[in-house]
Each structure stands twice: as structure tokens, then as C-alpha cells.
Write a protein that binds this ligand. Structure first.
Ligand SMILES: C[S@@+](CC[C@H](N)C(=O)[O-])C[C@H]1O[C@@H](n2cnc3c(N)ncnc32)[C@H](O)[C@@H]1O
Length: 336
């Protein structure tokens, strides 16, 4: 290899192959090293005692991170935090290897298996399928919900543009709506609408704060249930945001069918996430590895929608930049 490693095409393969830095960052965050340093345990011995770990191993990890600009070593074996170390403390909740960060990090280790088989290997590593694993670990589930919600992904600040407008929308059901951040935003934008948040019981139980903060708590009810069971019927709009991308084809058809049953005869279904324009470049997401999820092309989705008994009314990127597919139940069809 030439001495000058900068490549003419700007692709630094060596840097991309490095696994030490991502793992050292996660280990330091999991051990709460920034917080221990801030609390005054700056010497490697005191730091290892506070973090309950081996001093030599910790020293090696911190030495590596210092060489990457995270933490400073002010004198041999004595550390302080810098901006990046502060960022590590802030990210703790989502990169903690004992929490949701560990679930995500170790899931990437199943990629080869996933590519060989096309099936997720999450259960082989963690003993249960992803959603059951979260249900069995409420703290990790709460961190997952927070990651999906305003703390992790921010407060949604966009609308869903409907072909017939929002005038006639009196009730909107957010199916798999997490802790309700998008529903709260939609209700703020459309003050005459009421909302129903549908998600698993543990998740909807964590939604109250979001609704209260958005000032819409009086217009929302929450249903802790599976979206594979019958959904609250008769609403004008059913929203599926970042839901269908978590599931393979058969469950996707089942969820859409539940929406169609509930929306009949005149309701609409808006899908955000899980469908992309036919010419969108393929990409890899952790939703594929954790749960076998899939993002369909519009052509593929059209066939899934047909099987679920829904027609596509409109599809395309909206002013929010999001690709939205609007569907309606097939007229006069009780079931496909
Ligand atoms: C990727 S999150 C998206 C949450 C939210 N729509 C958003 O965009 O932030 C997927 C959601 O599906 C929910 N979910 C998974 N399985 C479910 C089921 N069987 N019934 C209802 N909700 C489910 C999860 O709890 C989670 O909130």
C-alpha cells in the first residue's frame, strides 16, 4: 500500500473497516466513563474502581479513544472530558450495550446470517423475536420508544397531505404510533380532529407525557392492542408511519387488511415508511435485521395492497420530503 493512504475516490476503506472505535465508544458510554470523570474520578485507577472494571483494559480503551479525539489524557493515566466525551454521555441511553444500544449493536453481528438466509437472526442471539424481547424487557422497550419518539428522532414538524384535504377528517388513528409524537403534531395542526393511538400496551402507557406537552391530551384516546387484531373502526384516517418497514410481506398484508376493515367504507389509510418509489436505490436498514422488515417498491406494494383489499389513491414525495402512499378500502369488498 502506498504511504499516502488518501484515496483519489475519497473512499477510506481502512477507516470504514475499523471496528475498534465504534466498540470503544459504546463500552465507554456503557461504563459511564464521562460521568465518572465529571464526578472527579480522573485517574485510571479511580476510574476503573468507579466503573467496576479492569484498569489496564480500560486504559487501553481510553488510550484508543484519546487517539481519536474523544477524552483528553492530561497527564499519564489522568483523563478529562472534552466536547466529544460530553456527546457520548448524552448518547448513553441509545448506545448503552446493556440496553437498546446493545440490542442494535449485536444485531449488526447477524448481518452475514441475514444475507445468507434472508431471515432475521435476532431470536438466535436474544432468545425471542424482537417485539417479544422488548415486551420481556420493559426498560429496554422504554428506551426503544424514546429512541423512536421526540427524545431520539425529534418532534415531527410536518403534515400528511391528503388528496381530499383534512376538512372531513374528524378521527385519525395512528396505528403502531409509538408514543404518539406524530399523532400529537397532526392534532395540533388540525384542531377539529380527534385521535386514537394504537400500539402495544407498554408503549401507549408511555404516551401521556407527549400528548400533554402538545396540549392535545383531551382529544386523544389510547388503545393498547396488537395491530393484528381488529382496529378501532369508523375513523376517517388510519396512519401507518415507520411500521410496514418492520415486517415482511405476509404481516404487511395482514396489517393493511386490519386497516381496511376498520376504515370501510369511506376512511383512508396513509402509509409513511415501508414503501419507496420504484427507482429508489436499495439500502440496508436495521429494521431488516431485527425483524425481517422490508421496504417495498411501489409496484411491489401495489400487489400487497390489492391482496389486503385496498386501492392506492395517491403516492409520491410530499412537501415534508416524505414518500406517502394514500390508500382506500376497495369498494364493496368485505375481505380479500
Ligand atoms: C418503528 S416503531 C414506529 C413508531 C411510530 N409510528 C413512529 O414513527 O415513531 C414501530 C411501532 O410498532 C409497534 N408495534 C410492533 N408490533 C406491534 C403490534 N403487534 N401491534 C401494535 N403495535 C406494534 C411498536 O411498539 C412500535 O411503536
Amino acid at each position: 500500500m502506498a504511504d499516502d493512504r488518501s484515496s483519489p475516490d475519497g473512499v477510506d476503506l481502512e477507516q470504514m473497516l475499523d471496528l475498534s472505535t465504534p466498540w470503544c465508544l459504546r463500552v465507554a458510554a456503557t461504563l459511564r466513563i464521562p460521568e465518572h470523570i465529571t464526578a472527579g474520578h480522573t485517574d485510571i485507577g479511580a476510574l476503573a474502581t468507579a466503573a467496576e472494571c479492569d484498569p489496564d483494559a480500560l486504559y487501553a480503551v481510553l488510550g484508543h479513544l484519546v487517539s481519536r479525539g474523544v477524552f483528553t489524557e492530561d497527564s499519564p493515566g489522568r483523563f478529562s472530558c472534552n466536547r466529544a466525551a460530553g456527546g457520548l454521555a448524552e448518547a448513553h441511553r441509545f448506545i448503552d450495550l446493556d440496553g437498546i444500544g446493545g440490542r442494535m449493536a449485536h444485531t449488526w453481528g447477524t448481518l452475514l446470517d441475514y444475507v445468507r438466509t434472508g431471515q432475521p437472526s435476532y431470536e438466535k442471539v436474544f432468545g425471542r423475536p424482537f417485539w417479544e424481547d422488548l415486551a420481556a424487557h420493559p426498560r429496554i422497550a422504554a428506551d426503544f420508544d424514546a429512541l423512536m419518539g421526540p427524545v431520539g428522532h425529534g418532534v415531527p414538524d410536518y403534515d400528511i397531505e391528503l388528496s381530499g384535504g383534512w376538512e372531513a377528517v374528524r378521527t385519525v388513528v395512528d396505528v403502531g404510533g409509538g408514543t404518539g409524537a406524530l399523532l400529537a403534531t397532526l392534532l395540533r395542526r388540525h384542531p377539529r380532529a380527534r385521535g386514537v393511538l394504537v400500539d402495544l400496551p407498554g408503549t401507549v402507557a408511555r404516551a401521556a407525557e407527549t400528548m400533554k406537552e402538545a396540549g392535545v391530551a383531551g382529544r386523544v384516546t389510547a388503545e393498547g392492542q396488537s395491530f393484528f387484531d381488529p382496529l378501532p373502526a369508523g375513523a376517517d384516517l388510519y396512519v401507518l408511519k415507520s411500521v410496514l418497514n418492520d415486517w415482511p410481506d405476509e404481516p404487511t398484508v395482514a396489517i393493511l387488511r386490519r386497516c381496511a376493515e376498520a376504515a370501510r367504507p369511506d376512511g383512508r389509510i396513509a402509509v409513511l415508511g415501508g414503501v419507496a418509489a420504484d427507482d429508489t436505490p436499495r439500502s440496508l436498514g436495521i429494521d431488516m435485521l431485527v425483524a425481517g422488515g422490508k421496504t417495498s417498491t411501489l409496484t411491489q406494494f401495489t400487489e400487497l395492497a390489492r391482496r389486503a383489499g385496498v386501492d392506492i389513491v395517491a403516492a409520491g414525495p410530499q412537501s415534508s420530503g416524505r414518500y406517502v402512499v394514500e390508500c382506500r378500502p376497495v369498494k364493496g369488498k368485505d375481505e380479500s
